[in-house]
Design a protein around this ligand. Structure first.
Ligand code: FES
Ligand SMILES: [Fe+2]
Length: 431
């Protein structure tokens, strides 16, 4: 008779070391499925992960003009991402200092100040309480300065990517990003100025957020799960993904990880294929030359030729493939996840290149594209399978684990990248 492993959550309080069974010498790495379904573990993640890590808020280019603002939600907190009247990018907690109402109740706008709809306390974009009805009614000791908008304890920006952190004792942003900075640079250096293309996609799935993080770094699933897309590429363009081509997977430390692939599709910066149109060939080749003038040949080649899926722990993914997708993966419960994504592009690229970039992005990674629905379906299918978590408690993430001993390089279809995530998850959850 098959021996069933005990449900580790039945043995007592949450023990992250028991939930992540990490024994490289035995060729074993597996994660207990309770981590993906248990609401108590999700509540602990809020404290140990989302309240301690640096989290992505938005890109500076999303606020082109002074006064531009966007409502964002990060770590369960409503935020206002606002370029103030002096041009400074601000991140405020979107809650009125009077009694708490949301100050900003629309997704975006432009204003020098915002007035709370409840009792009309009014705040300047620089955060000060600038006006309130019948101030005299509070008496002479009332001090407006005590009621300015508050910010998350830490705010930082790296190459235009703005983050905040709810742990006042956290390390600074560049230290937190560590080796991932190099990969963010490869994205940010594609053009003298990068910008988020107007508009965004938002969608959700009935699955745990960590499944989509894993999926975003998963080179193993590409050919089996996205068969339709690769068949389409072959048919439409005569190009196909060659699994023998060099791919790489890396643990960047701090839970960050990356896979790099040289795909068969066009990269608007700067790998031309017929899909980009003959009329755009010269422009794309010129971009390549500009990169070669600015950077050493190896770096120019990395920027232009390699596709990468980068995870900034815990929930920011940058898919720099046929377009650049900046994606946040935000849990609302153990079994429900909200995804927001934006397209990043070089400012000033010709309209036809921009149109083809967006078309290519939407075709593969749009919420109704040829990849994302496959990925959602796979994650939701796993979540459905977890209803048997008591009898089938473990998910295997051991692919390529022998290389951890031999030092051989990892390829994108290995799972070092997911192990990097889970090891950091375990360490933070144990603190
Ligand atoms: S809650 Fe905002 S003014 Fe009263
Ligand atoms: Fe996928």
């Amino acid at each position: 008779m098959t021996q069933l492993l005990p449900d580790v959550r039945e043995t007592g309080p949450i023990d992250p070391h028991a939930l992540v069974d990490d024994r490289p010498d035995d060729g074993c790495f597996r994660v207990n499925r309770q981590t993906l379904i248990d609401e108590e573990i999700f509540a602990a993640e809020r404290d140990h992960i989302f309240d301690t890590c640096w989290l992505y808020v938005g890109h500076e280019s999303e606020l082109p003009a002074n006064g531009d603002y966007l409502a964002r939600e990060v770590a369960g907190r409503p935020l206002i991402f606002w370029r103030d009247t002096t041009g400074q990018v601000q991140v405020y907690l979107n809650t009125c200092r009077h009694r708490g109402a949301l100050l900003c109740r629309v997704p975006s706008g432009n204003a020098k100040g915002l007035s709370c709809f409840y009792h009309a306390w009014t705040y300047a974009s620089t955060g000060e309480l600038s006006a309130l009805p019948d101030e005299a009614g509070y008496g002479e000791n009332f001090d407006r300065d005590r009621f300015s908008l508050l910010r998350p304890p830490k705010i930082g920006s790296y190459r235009g990517f703005v983050f905040c952190c709810f742990d006042p004792d956290a390390v600074d942003l560049p230290t937190y990003l560590g080796e991932a900075c190099d990969y963010l640079d490869l994205v940010a250096d594609q053009s003298p100025e990068m910008e988020v293309v107007d508009g965004m996609h938002e969608y959700s799935m009935d699955a745990n957020w960590k499944l989509f993080v894993e999926n975003s770094l998963d080179g193993y699933h590409l050919l089996p799960l996205h068969r339709t897309y690769f068949d389409y590429l072959k048919e439409a363009e005569g190009s196909f993904l060659d699994p023998r081509k060099q791919t790489r997977a890396e643990d960047l430390g701090g839970g960050h990880a990356v896979i790099t692939v040289e795909g068969p599709w066009a990269r608007p910066v700067a790998r031309w294929t017929p899909a980009m149109g003959e009329e755009n060939r010269a422009w794309i080749e010129e971009q390549r030359q500009l990169l070669e003038q600015k950077f050493d040949p190896d770096r120019a080649r990395r920027i232009a030729e390699t596709d990468r899926n980068l995870l900034i722990f815990p929930n920011l993914v940058i898919n720099d493939i046929m377009g650049i997708v900046v994606r946040t993966i935000t849990p609302t419960s153990a079994g429900r996840t909200r995804i927001a994504q934006w397209s990043l592009a070089g400012r000033g690229e010709p309209a036809d290149v921009r149109a083809r970039r967006l078309d290519s992005y939407i075709t593969f990674q749009g919420p109704g594209g040829l990849a994302t629905p496959d990925d959602m379906e796979a994650c939701e299918s796993c979540q459905l399978g977890f209803r048997s978590a008591k009898e089938v408690p473990w998910s295997d993430i051991s692919r390529g684990i022998a290389k951890e001993r031999t030092g051989e390089p990892f390829v994108a279809s290995d799972e070092i990248q997911q192990r990097a995530f889970w090891r950091h998850w375990r360490d933070l959850m144990s603190r």
